[in-house]
Structure formats: structure tokens, C-alpha cells
Ligand binder design. Sequence first.
Ligand code: FES
Length: 150
Amino acid sequence: MDELRELYQEIILDHNKNPKNFGELPDANHSSEGYNPLCGDRIKVFLKVKDGLVEDIKFTGSGCAISRASASVMTTLVKGKTVQEAEELFKRFHDLVTQSPQAEVNLEELDKLAVFAGVREFPSRIKCASLAWHTLIAALKEKQEPISTE
Ligand code: FES
């Protein structure tokens, strides 16, 4: 498990350093802003949704390594998926990070989401990792007011 933890740490660091889908999306038709009141970090998620499909997704904002990596991983997972699949991914992510740190993790089923299993041990980090996902759901639901991780 230590090797796995190191691998996950590397993936998080890499996504933080070279975030995927970072930037604005001029032709977005859904967007939302989320913030973490614990640190004041903010993130914006932009989506181009057509016929129930997330054709494109990007994010901007500043935050810690975990929040940035989580946003980057989230965009790679959601891009090209249906809105329903995106909501299911959110639910799987949410179930993962809010379960007991001792709970068994099904790596195959979780795929890339598994890299965030480690945050379960650090309650304040759960909010960092969740920021992009909550913002994604708010964008899909067209919430205009900024959403908070609280
Ligand atoms: Fe602000 Fe992690 S410390 S989002």
C-alpha cells in the first residue's frame, strides 16, 4: 500500500504541476464558481454541454496542490461523458472521500478516482479535493451564486 500511496502522490503532484484542461472556455454554456471558506481558494468550472454530453470542460482558479490536481483529474474524467455519467462520477468520488479511511478501496472500480483515497485521513483536505467536484455539479445545475464546500 505504501508503493501505491507514493504512486498516487506522484500523480497528484504531476496534475498539480501540469494541470489538464486549465483555462477559460469561451464557448461554455454552463459555468460556476466554487470556494473553500477554510482557505479562501476559488475555482471556476466551465462546461460546453450539448445534447446531454459534456463536449468540453475547463477550469481556472488558484488553490493548493490537492484542489488543482483534483480539478485536473475531474476534467479528464468528465470530458466526453454524458451529464448523467458525470453525476455518477461525482457520487463515486463523494462516497470515496467521505467514507472511513479504513474502508476497503476497490481500485479497479474507482480507476483514476482512487488517487484521492488518501485524503480520507485528512478532513480539511477532503474539502480541497471536493472543491472542483462540487463546482462541477453547481455548473451542471446552472447555479449562479458561488458555491462553498461548507
Ligand atoms: Fe485551499 Fe486546499 S488549501 S483548496
